[in-house]
Design a protein around this ligand. Structure first.
Ligand code: AQP
Length: 334
């Protein structure tokens, strides 16, 4: 074992990203950056949640590439396979087995409350797949299998972690102590990066238009163009007001995260200057972040990544199995 996960010395962190498209800066600041920082303090398990990705339509060939590229993005961001377990969800069948068990204690009313389902299903609620509806239960299984203490996520996933906690408590109350109750860890400033084309909705991999997001693999000049075209609010001032001026607030937030500056400092720097200057500089700062990141990203071969996934699954499987056996015993299945 390449860290202290199995001996219980360190607290356990579990998180994942869906290979549902190209990762964007929202995924980076909302999740990946936090993960990297947690590798010292915690025993970390990072999953590529491919079963989650198929809750909406995916092209099989592209999905396969996305799985590898998601790991590539983990590595480029600084996730170290010598210190953290990295694996593919569908490699470990305990995830879907535990999801089934949890489906039997989850209530339709629990899932009806999930905002992400409402947003993703839109007007066609009766016609989307059952998997999209049940997705948060699978996510609970992912988390609970590893005796997870902490789940670093963006704000959009908070409700799903809450559900994991509720299901763990419900199961423990009915069948005796089985699951640890996990906590969500959400970093305030990076919690919710909004879409460049619509600051009312979060930046999203599966957005209809690539103008919505800055992909981590966008060439710097492409990213700069997207920023120049990002929607802006009426008025000229570069001031942070999330309610009245959500578009510039979002760009200021992105700038602050990329440049490691605080928003007040940026407001002072851009006092009396217009959107044009601000966006041009933000494009530059974005390029300065993307270039070295992409250099690392393209340095990993597919073969190397497949090996990492195989080794990761070998380490994660016994941990998942132990929890599944305990769960089945407490249920009376064994
Ligand atoms: N816009 C965002 N701002 C901050 N954090 C974000 N995350 C996602 N979008 C933002 C965080 O990234 C992690 C991985 O997300 P996911 O792949 O599990 O799915 P998601 O939350 O549904 O993210 P996307 O990018 O919008 O994917 P699609 O479009 O496929 O649904 C999570 O920790 C998430 O909070």
């Amino acid at each position: 074992m390449n860290n202290n996960i199995s001996n219980g010395v360190k607290k356990i962190v579990f998180s994942g990203v869906q290979p549902s498209g190209v990762l964007h800066i929202g995924n980076y600041f909302g999740a990946l950056q936090q993960w990297v920082d947690m590798q010292d303090k915690y025993g970390c398990i990072f999953c590529v949640v491919d079963y989650h990705a198929i809750t909406v339509k995916q092209d099989p060939r592209q999905l396969n590439k996305n799985i590898i590229n998601t790991v590539r993005a983990y590595l480029a961001s600084g996730i170290n396979p010598e210190r953290s377990i990295i694996f593919q969800q569908s490699d470990i069948s305990a995830h879907t087995e535990l999801a089934w068990i949890l489906n039997c204690i989850a209530r339709i009313s629990d899932l009806n409350k999930m905002t992400q389902f409402k947003e993703k299903s839109g007007d066609s609620r009766e016609n989307v797949g059952v998997g999209l509806f049940a997705y948060p239960v699978l996510m609970a299984a992912d988390i609970l299998l590893y005796n997870t203490d902490a789940v670093p996520v963006g704000e959009d996933q908070k409700q799903h972690v809450e559900l994991s906690r509720a299901l763990a408590r419900r199961f423990n109350a009915q069948f005796g102590h089985t699951f640890k109750i996990p906590e969500a860890i959400i970093k305030k400033e990076s919690a919710r990066i909004m879409g460049l084309d619509n600051p009312a909705k979060k930046m999203s991999k599966s957005a209809a238009s690539p103008a919505n997001y800055i992909a981590l693999t966008d060439k710097p000049e492409v990213a700069a163009k997207k920023i120049m075209r990002a929607v802006t609010d009426s008025g000229k001032e570069i001031k942070f007001n999330i309610v009245k001026r959500p578009a510039i607030a979002n760009l200021l937030n992105i700038y602050a995260l990329l440049a490691g500056k605080n928003i007040k400092t940026l407001e002072r720097e851009y006092a009396g200057r217009g959107y044009g200057d601000f966006k041009k500089d933000l494009g530059k700062v974005t390029g300065e972040f993307l270039s070295p990141w992409q250099k690392k990203y393209y340095s990993f071969s597919d073969e190397e990544i497949k090996k990492i996934l195989k080794a990761g699954a070998e380490q994660a499987r016994p941990l998942a199995k132990a929890t599944l056996i305990k769960t089945k015993k407490n249920l009376g299945l064994i």
